[in-house]
Design a protein around this ligand. Structure first.
Ligand SMILES: [Zn+2]
Length: 332
């Protein structure tokens, strides 16, 4: 496969790059040592799922693509996935002859026809699939889908949080993610693609779950967030990286504060990483969510269309060339 594009909702720069956590997540650190990586900022006014993921897919700001609602609902003048007119990255890859599998990327309901297949991500009122892949009827596109099937309780969320202890809830969250890791290879076997897009939300969900139990006066312990990063690093990430591809792109739509006394909430600082041939290893270079689409196209050798973001890729060979020139000029 050519490209593995991994969306990690809420993977937070403030937590990951906190010097207090140095050495705690060795798999992630190893990945960054092999990658061009850095903070990936979303827009200050749109630090949430719908607009930020859509900016990642289209390279455009929320004002341009028009999808401004948290959940991508056509409310208060927001566009929805069905009527955003800017091309999505998978459309452009298709136009360039690459097939795409799009698995549970947020705000992609209902699934559109692509050269390959698409399984709509959250929020989805039902499974929505295009292309020749089989999805089990009980598959949860996201842990939040299970919660929203229980009774909504005004002010405090959903009945789920009265029916489950926090420990049971977090276990359910992990199992939902693990199920997806088992199905992805099956989908790829059923219909191989040149580029796979897949998203996991556990690092965002855990913060929202803590908030839900906090509202019910369950003791609020921030360490659960870090423990889910522990699990992500030790158990989930190695499974995700088993998908073989020439190029790997990892990106998150927003961050999460490294510590909150009461309730946490999104912040502006997500993370991205690029890994593959001619990508400088271990080079830190911060970017914006709107840069990820042109950067990914650049990485694959395609000229990005004119969008608000721009490619932040610096190729190792070009950096070497600059050094050679400076050396020749007597600067180095
Ligand atoms: Zn969130």
């Amino acid at each position: 496969m050519h490209l593995h594009f991994l969306g990690i909702d809420g993977l937070a720069a403030s937590i990951l790059f906190d010097p207090d956590h140095q050495g705690r997540w060795p798999q992630l650190e190893a990945l960054f040592r092999q990658s061009q990586y850095g903070i990936c900022d979303c827009e200050a006014d749109y630090q949430f799922t719908g607009p930020s993921w859509t900016s990642i897919y289209t390279g455009q700001t929320a004002d341009i693509h028009g999808l401004k609602d948290l959940w991508g609902r056509p409310r208060n003048g927001s566009k929805a996935f069905v009527n955003v007119s800017e091309p999505y990255i998978w459309d452009i890859l298709n136009q360039n002859g690459l097939t795409t599998g799009v698995a549970t990327m947020p705000i992609t309901y209902p699934a559109r026809h692509v050269q390959g297949w698409m399984i709509a991500g959250f929020p989805s009122p039902r499974l929505s699939v295009t292309g020749p892949v089989t999805v089990p009827a009980d598959f949860l596109v996201d842990h939040s889908e299970a919660i929203r099937r229980t009774q909504p309780l005004p002010g405090i969320g959903y009945a789920w949080h009265d029916q489950m202890t926090l420990a049971e809830d977090i276990e359910h969250l992990k199992q939902t993610e693990l199920r997806k890791t088992e199905l992805v290879p099956q989908w790829l076997a059923a219909q191989p693609v040149d580029a796979l897009f897949v998203q996991y939300s556990c690092l965002d969900r855990v913060g929202h779950e803590l908030n839900n139990y906090a509202r019910r006066s369950t003791p609020f312990d921030y360490r659960h967030v870090y423990e889910l990063y522990d699990w992500f690093d030790a158990d989930l990430l190695p499974k995700l990286l088993q998908v073989e591809a020439d190029y790997l792109v990892i990106v998150s739509d927003h961050g999460w504060p490294k510590w909150a006394e009461e309730q946490g909430s999104h912040d502006q600082h997500g993370v991205y990483a690029l890994r593959g041939p001619d990508v400088p290893a271990g080079m830190r270079l911060d970017a914006r969510n709107i840069d990820i689409m042109p950067t990914t196209l650049d990485l694959l050798g395609f000229t990005p269309p004119p969008v608000a973001g721009h490619s932040v890729l610096l190729r190792s060979s070009e950096l070497d060339l600059i050094d050679e020139h400076l050396e020749g000029l007597g600067y180095l």
